[in-house]
Design a binder for this molecule. Structure first.
Ligand code: RFL
Ligand code: PHB
Length: 389
């Protein structure tokens, strides 16, 4: 097989890149190790920045998102028994949309298939070859066959555990920056009406909690836990009493309970791998960087990476210039490091560390107090959250 751009991974990064290239008349093939049913059912992110919504809308895949997604003009910070609204819209002129990542995936898969895009599911043993040449290639298994794709470029959009980053040629002198956090998030999906019109990020001595939503009848809740804990240790009753304890407040607001139909634990890390390109290999999304979910940035970063890549490839194929492709890594990393900072800052601000001293706990509370009482600090948080710059 031969194509212009070979893409590994049908997550948001790989699928959107393939779609953006198609709109520019550039051919691609996407290789995905999981099945279509699996990628369309994996529960992950929920928050889309306005810039992400704009890109999806301009690319013609935002129609269902605009119809079914919920526009949120603010978020709440809860601590010390009170709730404090950060008015994102008033402070930045922007808002966010809560629309589940797997729905974005469904919309993108449908768009690729409708355009006869080549999307191969359940491939195995993807191996990269000739990355230093102008004819890189990929070999892989598909069913009983061993196949090979020759391309002009290989795009590693295969997430944190993919094969593209480790295949980065040695002379690129890859450097990884990493921080693992001593906490995880216990996530549940619940059948109930929303408890709150806006997301609630709660800091509590028992640990962080987050009230999010998926739809008018399904809610997404998280609470900080030990990353090595097991879902089986948490009965529904224990989950509800923990959430009530962390979200309790003085104004009588109460979390709505409902049937819990999914439980999972995720670990949290900050990670950046540089460079994001070497020869004809480019990395985008979680393949190159991970943020803890507290800042709701991961999916949005994946989208902004592939927008830069699509522009670079468009310039390469239509104007014969490699300028944008060559500055891709440096351009993407500027935004990546800012999002890393914000996600790290939000994580530190809202989580409870077992080894924090009494003094450090007071500093954390004072920092929250400063944010909700200072328009300047609240604006800085809001700008980062909506992705205003
Ligand atoms: P993905 O989504 O991991 O997709 C990579 C795809 O590559 C496939 N793959 C391979 N295919 C072929 N050969 C191989 N060798 C392969 N290895 C892997 C995988 O099967 C997969 O389909 O990466 P991508 O596209 O870069 O997208 C990144 C986002 O998925 C991620 O950043 C977000 O989900 C992070 N995130 C959030 N981001 C937000 O912007 N807002 C949020 O509110 C938000 N909440 C979250 C999150 C992530 C979470 N988890 C589970 C880590 C909440 C959670 C709980
Ligand atoms: C989600 O709804 O899954 C979600 C929302 C906000 C976050 C992280 C995850 O910061």
């Amino acid at each position: 097989m031969r194509t212009q751009v070979a893409i590994i991974g049908a997550g948001p990064a790989g699928l959107l890149l393939s779609h953006l290239l198609h709109l520019q008349g550039i051919e691609s093939i996407v290789l995905e190790s999981r099945s279509r049913a699996e990628i369309e059912a994996t529960i992950r992110a929920g928050v889309l920045e306005q810039g992400t919504m704009d890109i999806l809308t301009e690319a013609g895949v935002g129609e269902r998102m605009r119809r079914e997604g919920a526009l949120h003009r603010g978020i709440e910070l809860a601590f010390g028994g009170g709730r404090h609204r950060i008015d994102l819209n008033e402070l930045t002129g922007k808002a966010i949309t809560v629309y589940p990542q797997h729905e974005v995936i469904k919309d993108l898969v449908a768009a690729r298939l409708a355009a006869q895009g080549q999307l191969l599911f359940e491939v195995g043993a993807v191996t990269l070859h000739g990355l230093d040449s102008e004819r890189p290639s990929l070999s892989f298994t598909h069913g009983d066959e061993i196949r090979r794709i020759e391309a002009d470029f290989v795009m590693g959009c295969d997430g944190f555990h993919g094969v593209a980053r480790p295949a980065m040629p040695e002379q690129a002198r890859r450097q990884d920056y990493q921080r693992n956090y001593p906490f995880g998030w216990f996530g549940i999906l619940v059948e109930s009406a929303p408890s709150s019109e806006e997301l609630i990020y709660a800091q509590h001595e028992r640990g962080f909690a987050l009230v999010s939503t998926r739809s008018p009848i399904v809610q997404r809740l998280y609470f900080q836990c030990d990353p090595s804990d097991h879902v089986s240790n948490w009965s529904d009753d224990r989950i509800w009493s923990e959430l009530h304890a962390r979200l309790e407040n003085h104004d009588g607001w109460r979390l709505k309970e409902g049937r819990i139909f999914q439980k999972n634990i995720i670990s949290m890390r900050s990670f950046v791998s540089t460079p994001m390109q070497a020869g004809r290999l480019f990395l985008a999304g979680d393949a190159a960087h991970i943020v803890p979910p507290t800042g709701a940035k991961g999916l949005n970063l994946a989208v902004s990476d592939v927008q830069l890549l699509a522009r670079g490839l468009e310039q390469f194929y239509h104007q014969g210039s490699e300028q944008r492709l060559q500055s891709y890594g440096a351009d993407a990393l500027k935004r990546v490091w800012r999002a890393e900072y914000f996600s790290w800052m939000m994580t530190r601000l809202l989580h409870t560390s077992a080894d924090a001293t009494a003094f450090e706990c007071e500093m954390q509370r004072a920092e929250l107090d400063n944010i909700v009482n200072s328009r300047a600090l609240a604006t800085a948080l809001a700008e980062n959250y909506v992705g205003a710059f």
